[in-house]
Design a protein around this ligand. Structure first.
Ligand SMILES: Nc1ncnc2c1ncn2[C@@H]1O[C@H](COP(=O)(O)OP(=O)(O)O)[C@@H](O)[C@H]1O
Ligand SMILES: [Mg+2]
Length: 376
């Protein structure tokens, strides 16, 4: 069965992006597989696609670190099909200059305007950070998902964050000078309040929708009927921000930062009612994270009507053959979109695509970064 999705990447060109001096590839609208030994640049190719869609790397690499060692710029160009329209996206960065992003030859004034045009979801070994790192990792994932699904979200988040920084700066300034003007703090509290409400409501309804998909996807991947759930944790659940900040003003003045608000939100993950981090086995955690990412995918699709591009890095790091084919099958049954995946072993990838009967393009990478490709 051929599925042509709403957003597909047709071709990609890289210059000096990480280990790739020059690369030109064209893709299948269905499944694309990058196969080769460790360290040849498979993840970097997926990352360049993520860059085109979100203006950022999905690894914790800074923009400058994406420039190939010894070069002084990088350039990425992708030709996308978006609901039948050609979208040519180019990102470039020269050392000591600002990143430039173009859509069909026009520069964006603000990079954030681009986010949401081309939805993308990445599943990678890094996802375990969602379990083991602090709440900012979880908020980052949530914020990207919401930015891709809700055109107003990022704007509201940026406004909130700017006011938060100013409020924190004022708390320090007032401490240094030994004088606080309560009117100024009240003004900040009132200005931040509507942005916080927007963010809270958006996160709350997004996560409620994702929670609906989670157990079902978990079951498809692992055939285990464990009950998985996510719970949104926010100060705003009890009260509006202005009231919360009024209550915690004394504490904020002592600690010199804003102690409550949506910048403290978290996402809790449970399996059979127990925290995933403490009680989930490795296998359960892996399946949970994939189910969670696919649930986020499903909500973005539901809310935008667009199938995101799915980047699945090191697919067999997370899954055995049976589970991997369940995932691909799930993705196809749900009429999800174009998939890019990477792995080190050609045989198991071929078996996977044969099992799922998907039209696939294979890119075989060798140690010298030579690429051969064929379709099946
Ligand atoms: N800025 C850069 N310039 C040159 N090489 C880089 C840069 N950033 C990362 N690399 C190289 O890319 C390689 C890793 O590529 P990666 O895509 O992670 O490989 P794979 O996923 O195939 O295992 C490493 O050898 C690393 O040194
Ligand atoms: Mg890799």
């Amino acid at each position: 069965m051929q599925i042509v999705s709403d957003v597909t990447l047709k071709s990609l060109a890289l210059l000096n992006f990480k280990n790739w001096e020059e690369l030109h590839l064209s893709f299948s609208p269905v499944v694309n597989c990058f196969i080769g030994p460790n360290g040849v640049g498979k993840t970097n190719i997926l990352d360049s696609i993520h860059f085109l869609c979100t203006t950022k790397s999905f690894l914790s690499t800074t923009d400058i670190q994406c420039i190939r060692f010894g070069a002084d710029y990088f350039f990425i160009k992708g030709e996308f099909d978006r609901i039948g329209n050609l979208e040519v996206i180019q990102v470039s960065l020269k050392k000591s200059e600002k990143k430039v992003l173009k859509r069909n030859d026009s520069n964006y004034q603000r990079l954030s305007e681009h986010i949401g045009l081309l939805p993308v979801i990445v599943i990678s070994p890094q996802d375990t950070n969602l379990i083991y790192e602090g709440s900012d990792e979880r908020r980052k994932t949530l914020d990207l998902a919401l930015s891709l699904s809700d055109g107003l979200y990022l704007h509201n988040l940026q406004r909130y964050n700017r006011l938060l920084q100013q409020r924190n700066a004022y708390l320090k300034e007032a401490d240094t000078s030994g004088r606080v003007q309560h009117d100024i703090l009240t003004l900040y509290d009132e200005q931040m309040d509507p942005f916080a409400s927007y963010i809270y409501n958006a996160r709350n309804s997004f996560l409620a929708a994702a929670d609906q998909y989670l157990s079902r996807f978990y079951y498809t991947i692992s055939s285990a009927r464990e009950h998985c759930s996510i719970r949104y944790q926010s100060d705003l659940a009890d009260n509006n921000l202005a009231a919360l900040l009024a209550q915690s003003r004394q504490k904020d003045r002592e600690l010199l930062y804003t102690t409550r608000g949506v910048h403290k939100d978290d996402l809790e993950m449970y399996i059979n009612g127990q925290p995933l981090k403490k009680f989930g086995s490795q296998g359960q955690q892996k399946s949970f994270l994939i189910a969670l990412k696919l649930a986020i995918y499903a909500v973005i699709k539901e809310q935008t009507g667009l199938s995101p591009i799915l980047l699945f890095d090191d697919i067999f790091d997370k899954l055995d053959q049976k589970r991997a084919s369940q995932v691909i099958r799930l993705v196809q049954e749900m009429k999800f979109g174009q998939i890019f995946l990477s792995d080190t072993h050609p045989e198991r990838v071929k078996m996977l695509t044969q099992q799922t009967g998907s039209h696939s393009k294979f890119f075989m990478l060798d140690e010298h970064q030579k690429i051969t490709h064929h379709e099946a």
